[in-house]
Design a protein around this ligand. Sequence first.
Ligand code: NAP
Ligand code: MG
Length: 476
Amino acid sequence: MFEYAPAPESRDIVDIRPSYGLFVNGEWVDPLGDERDKTVNPATEEVLAEFAVASDADVDRAVSAARKAYESVWAQLPGRERAKYLFRIARIIQERARELAVLESLDNGKPIRESRDVDLPLVAAHFFYYAGWADKLGYAGFGPAPKPLGVAAQVIPWNFPLLMLAWKIAPALACGNTVVLKPAETTPLTALAFAEICRQADLPPGVVNIVTGAGATGQALVNHPDVNKVAFTGSTEVGRLIARSVAGTGKKLTLELGGKAANIVFDDAALDQAVEGIVNGIFFNQGHVCCAGSRLLVQESIADELLAALKRRLSTLRLGDPLDKNTDIGAINSAAQLAKIRELSEAGEQEGAERWSPSCPIPDRGYWFPPTVFTGVAQSHRIAREEIFGPVLSVLTFRTPAEAVEKANNTPYGLSAGVWTEKGSRILWMADKLRAGVVWANTFNRFDPTSPFGGYKESGYGREGGRHGLEAYLDV
Ligand code: NAP
Ligand code: MG
């Protein structure tokens, strides 16, 4: 057998401070309260750093700084001047990409191959893309001189910490808003590094403020009376709470929530490509992806052949040290998420589905879950209905295109879907009928800043990315 030698990326390139304050008005400040929390490396359970938990009063300070910067500086600047700052930030991100990729993998557990080749290039691309819009807003289709909204409150999850920050901050600043952003409690480090980048870019104080903390900090931020816009990415459950608390306040709201996407493979598809697409669909980022292809719908006549090929492929995946460049599957982000994945997988077995994983050694420390496939899944099973947010694939079969559509749409979510077939006419027919914000054809989990992304039904509302993504940050 061919053996791999270890190929670890060095962590010496990152400089993690033992303890972080809040980033308010362009300065590091101590929180007003004394509550602090720790963030760990999920691959080793080692504590990486301590961070401040922002109280209501701290959030108030950050919102005031953002308001002042909005009124006195940022909304006054012509678009071409705002663009210069965004281009500068994009270039600094590219220059520091290796450092940021290592930091992201340390704090989140994702393989360095993904943080280096997917997350960081996309983060820079989002800033470049929206920098280009800043002086062209009058041509975006929202009237000749669309106005910004004011202060944006932004709350993001832990699965793509820096990328979700970029999706939120880049369009907000391009449109002339200022922001207060709260990263997830398990992954604050790249947002705190981004605060340093704002200083390096000489961004005027208060345009970007970063407040760390858990759910209560997020709640204080979205409920603050002086914010004009709330942007949230996370669970449908918290999204519902936020929609309720924002209702009637006049705050503009976008919600990017969960998903349970169908990845649909027809009998005429190129099978080897489909197998790669299935693996990328559900095992990319340990399945911690809102648009993950967590339900494989395969045409019955090719199900055995496809599953055999998929299992062969999964047996070659390497699970382990996220900083090793050969690693395919990294660590689960937190003990809580691991418990949720275990609970749902056990429910899958109890409800009668058949569970399979390749034999794969699991490290002694840290949070890990092997790639897992369930066959014999019925639509009523919890593993076919609930978002697992882990490396777990549920396989169902279908006979006709109409049945595929019906099963794919049989979910409260509607974020994404994938279609694998040789026939262009069938792709278009399917895309028209699938109730999902994004439909990929003969590919999966492809992202591009020029393309709008968002959901139907319980996957949320509003779009991020592309020209459509500007609308969320303009008074239109
Ligand atoms: P979550 O609990 O909803 O957390 C998301 C963010 O909201 C975190 O920063 C969280 O803080 C904060 N938060 C928690 N309670 C809050 C409240 N009452 N008010 C305001 N903010 C609050 O989600 P999660 O369990 O961490 O993340 C996984 C979920 O996110 C999955 O269900 C996935 O589908 C979804 N997700 C969706 C997308 C998308 O684009 N649609 C992308 C990524 C993830 P703390 O975590 O610090 O407590
Ligand atoms: Mg959470």
